[in-house]
Design a protein around this ligand. Structure first.
Ligand code: GRG
Length: 354
């Protein structure tokens, strides 16, 4: 893979594989089993962390593919530390939480959190609890969205969905537990002079609540098979997708003690990027295969859902995604070189194929 190619869907990895990747060692087959002496870090030492956290922020950024990979590992490592062990009682629920969490998602939202912190002059490490919290919310929403009473899907992140493996009851609870864990983790975020920890908690609760993420899901559910206006479609996409993506950026900025002007610019960036991201998702649903997407392709059309390609056509949808990405990029004009990673991420999301 060329080094500047975004790796949007890394292969599924267990926390053990994640740690091994950082240690540059072979992987164990399952977490907590079959440990070999050569796999274990020396007593008293911790696995080496990816070096994104300690790298100065003003230097030229490395290729985006490497940055995404390193950031993803940093987030996986932190999530592994924050989430209860799979062996904690009752193990079924903790295994189910980890099954979905470490299934190989793109980690887009937490990467945006780290990149936003960097754009505001902080080291990514400052935003790690917020990054983990948004990924917990996102993964919970995917588990619940896949349930038979919602979108009823069998495949997610290239694997059978949670309810297919653990049954509906445990899948509901795994989602609930990740939703709760998000706020437990975020409560550990350090306050800055401008933003108390409660401000970060409120930010995430608002984006994940009944006025945004859940509102999007409600309208999506209620709209199936019914005519949807262009404005309603825009609102559904904003609520279901752009709100959490924008909150991911805002949380990174807040963890970096950003100014209110920086927060406003990143909000504008997130709203435009989030809408572009969902339009691209709609396009990929009709243009890519199930195998490539790691989730069932053609699902939206089969459910007669309102999507951009269904309402505006494929070409107009592509044009709109390009226009919104350009608009998003303009919001970063005052950030200079520190926002280079956000710019690269936006460009690569526009070109993604899954
Ligand atoms: C609150 C149950 C509930 C649902 C909220 C997020 C959501 C609404 C539904 C999930 C399905 C869906 C189509 C969401 C839109 C956002 C989106 C494109 C999610 C997929 O995000 P990716 O591509 O996924 O970043 P990975 O697996 O890579 O993390």
């Amino acid at each position: 893979m060329p080094s500047n190619t975004i790796r949007l869907r890394p292969p599924s990895r267990t926390p053990a594989q994640t740690k091994s990747a950082k240690l540059n060692k072979p992987t164990k087959s399952t977490e907590g089993t079959g440990s070999s002496a050569s796999m274990k870090p020396k007593k008293g030492t911790r696995p080496a962390r990816p070096n994104v956290a300690s790298r100065p922020t003003a230097t030229a950024p490395e290729p985006i593919g490497a940055y995404l990979e390193e950031s993803s590992l940093l987030i996986d490592h932190a999530l592994d530390e924050h989430l209860p062990r799979a062996s904690s009682k009752p193990s079924t629920i903790h295994e189910a939480m980890r099954y979905s969490m470490f299934a190989g998602g793109k980690r887009l939202r937490p990467i945006l959190t780290l990149a936003a912190a960097e754009a505001c002059g902080a080291k990514p490490q400052a935003a790690v609890p917020a990054a983990c919290a948004v990924e917990c919310i996102h993964t919970y929403s995917l588990i619940h969205d896949d349930l038979p009473c919602m979108d009823d899907d069998d495949l997610r992140r290239g694997r059978p969905t949670s309810h297919k493996v653990y049954g509906e009851g445990i899948a509901v609870l795994a989602g609930d537990a990740l939703l709760t864990a998000a706020f437990e983790i975020l409560a550990k975020a350090r306050a800055t002079t401008r933003y108390p920890t409660a401000a970060l908690i409120t930010e995430l609760a608002h984006a994940a609540g009944s006025r945004w993420l859940i509102a999007g899901q409600v309208l999506d559910l209620e709209g199936e098979g019914k005519p949807t206006s262009r404005n309603d479609l825009k609102f559904i996409h904003r609520a279901k997708t752009a709100a959490l993506l924008t909150a991911s950026l805002r949380l990174g900025a807040m963890a970096a003690n950003c100014t209110s002007a920086q927060l406003t610019h990143l909000t504008d960036f997130g709203q435009a990027l989030g809408l572009a991201f969902q339009i691209i998702d709609d396009i990929l649903d009709v243009t890519q295969s199930t195998e490539k997407l790691g989730k069932t392709a053609g699902k939206d059309a089969a459910a007669t859902k309102a999507t951009y390609p269904a309402i505006f056509g494929l070409n107009a949808s592509r044009r709109e995604a390009r226009r919104l990405t350009a608009l998003a990029l303009r919001s970063l004009s005052t950030f200079g070189a520190r926002a280079e990673r956000l710019r690269h991420i936006a460009a690569h999301l526009l070109a993604r194929e899954y």
